[in-house]
Ligand binder design. Structure first.
Ligand SMILES: Nc1ncnc2c1ncn2[C@@H]1O[C@H](COP(=O)(O)OP(=O)(O)OP(=O)(O)O)[C@@H](O)[C@H]1O
Length: 463
């Protein structure tokens, strides 16, 4: 088939599918080649290839075979030529169309904003496993994400990632999607935020095209929904999400969800959704610790070296930032970017002085505000004991264990020295504090209850 014939085919399709569908789906297609009775058509991405083949495949085949009777089948590939902006190289989407009735294409298509909106959210190519720094607080989440990214048989469904703001949930989800697109291009992977899910659903209702919405979301192989807490309290979106979720799980398709807290704690979420979300693997991204922050800073410095080849940084600056800036990695990244830009503008080496001058507001905002007294109050409340017993001399375990937990949290969450912490616990010696902190570190490994208590307390204190 010649390029002119392909052009004529597209013009005929325009008349059949309507201006809007044409613009969203048909116009980007390119004819890659025809061989052995097969027309190979390039689509901008595998999602578009799947959508077009399912919805317009027969219509296209009809038009193509009317200009070239040799062609009996279509095959869709992902092609850069179909989307000059597409960053990915051409690769097969492995979608084949056999002549069969196409219900959607047969319908008189009406112009719709939904078609374009049903495209999955674009992925950030920088969010990969390579650029994700692994440390103790995120190692389990990372390992689970890696496993899902292998695209093998579905072992836990859904994978539920949760954690506080800026701790890498979105990064990990994009990394899974990027990895799957690279190694398993035949899979239709859809990533979107819960907000986008809702917006698209509402649009589908408005256009009376909920069937299109349903069928589209039920044909994906891997569905990722970010920030699911957004749909809590939004009844009809929750309902639709629940059905989508069930349909995919029934077909053994992988679902990955992220949220700002564990499913059990999403009190505005319908009970049946909460319990469904608890069926798979739930992993927590813990607040970053000093080592992880330092690792992330080092990797970001390496990544930016090419952009700032003359950059000079004094020893101790990264350690200072890792120590002083909060657990949120986004804030950490922002600080570093500002520091680089500032130092390159003024042509000065990044020293501790320059860092303090340039980042004064960020440093002030992330000053630790948690006090030892607050920690003691929360711990006493949690274990239902009196403050005086927590701080006092009694050594029975009912008081000694909570006391050690409180010392451990004081060490982790405040910048107080060990002797200062000891003083606040009824004038104890710093060696007692060291012993308490070590004991809790050991217990955290052996006793799930203690680990859970500490996590709950930490969250309550950092909230
Ligand atoms: N372990 C990590 N290694 C490298 N970069 C990280 C890591 N964790 C987070 N980041 C970076 O921090 C920024 C914020 O991460 P991300 O957007 O994934 O957070 P989030 O948990 O989804 O936050 P939110 O709750 O706001 O949606 C991103 O630029 C991300 O690349």
């Amino acid at each position: 088939m010649t390029k002119d014939q392909w052009g004529a085919v597209k013009q005929n399709l325009l008349a059949n599918v309507g201006q809007h569908n044409y613009k969203s789906w048909i116009e980007p297609l390119v004819l890659d080649r025809t061989e052995d009775g097969v027309a190979v058509i390039g689509a901008p991405n595998s999602y578009a290839g799947t959508y077009v083949s399912r919805n317009f495949g027969d219509l296209i085949l009809g038009e193509v075979s009317s200009v070239n009777q040799q062609i009996r089948r279509l095959e869709f590939i992902v092609s850069q030529a179909a989307n000059v902006n597409a960053a990915e190289p051409a690769r097969p989407a492995q979608v084949e169309v056999e002549p069969a009735p196409a219900p959607e294409a047969a319908k008189p298509a009406k112009p719709s904003a939904l078609d374009a909106m049903l495209q999955p959210a674009p992925l950030d190519p920088r969010f990969t496993f390579d650029s994700f720094v692994v440390g103790k607080p995120n190692e389990l989440a990372h390992a689970a994400a890696r496993r899902v990214a292998e695209g093998g048989p579905v072992t836990f469904n859904p994978l539920f990632l949760y954690g506080g703001v800026g701790l890498g949930k979105t990064h990990l989800m994009h990394a899974i999607a990027n990895e799957l697109q690279k190694n398993r291009p035949e899979l239709t992977v859809v990533y979107l935020s819960a907000e986008q899910f809702m917006y698209r659903f509402v649009q589908a209702i408005r256009e009376r095209r909920t069937m299109d919405f349903k069928s589209l979301f039920r044909t994906v192989d891997v569905l990722m929904v970010d920030d699911v807490q957004f749909i809590a309290g939004k009844d009809s979106t929750q309902e639709e999400f629940f059905h989508t979720f069930n349909a995919l799980v029934d077909q053994n398709k992988q679902i990955i969800i992220s949220g700002d807290r564990a499913p059990g704690e999403m009190t505005d979420m319908e009970e049946r959704i909460r319990s469904r979300m608890q069926c798979g693997l739930i992993v927590d991204l813990h607040p970053t610790d000093y080592e992880l922050r330092l690792g992330i800073l080092q990797s970001k410095v390496d990544a930016q070296r090419s952009q700032y080849p003359d950059l000079k940084m004094a020893d101790g600056v990264l350690e200072f930032l890792a120590h002083r800036i909060s657990t949120n990695v986004r804030v950490l990244e922002g600080a570093l970017t500002r520091l680089f830009a500032f130092s390159s503008l003024v042509g000065r080496e990044i020293t501790l002085d320059l860092t303090q001058e340039c980042l004064a507001d960020i440093l002030r905002a992330s000053e630790r505000k948690i006090t030892v007294e607050e920690i003691q109050r929360k711990v006493a409340e949690h274990y239902n004991i009196r403050m005086s017993d927590l701080i006092g001399p009694k050594r029975v375990r009912t008081y000694a264990r909570p006391r050690q937990v409180a010392m451990y949290l004081a060490k982790q969450l405040t910048s107080r020295s060990l002797p200062e912490i000891g003083r606040r616990f009824g004038g104890r010696d710093h060696t007692t504090v060291i012993h308490g902190v070590r004991r809790v570190e050991e217990l955290k490994q052996q006793d799930g209850q203690i680990a859970e208590d500490i996590e709950l307390l930490r969250r309550a204190l950092e909230a």
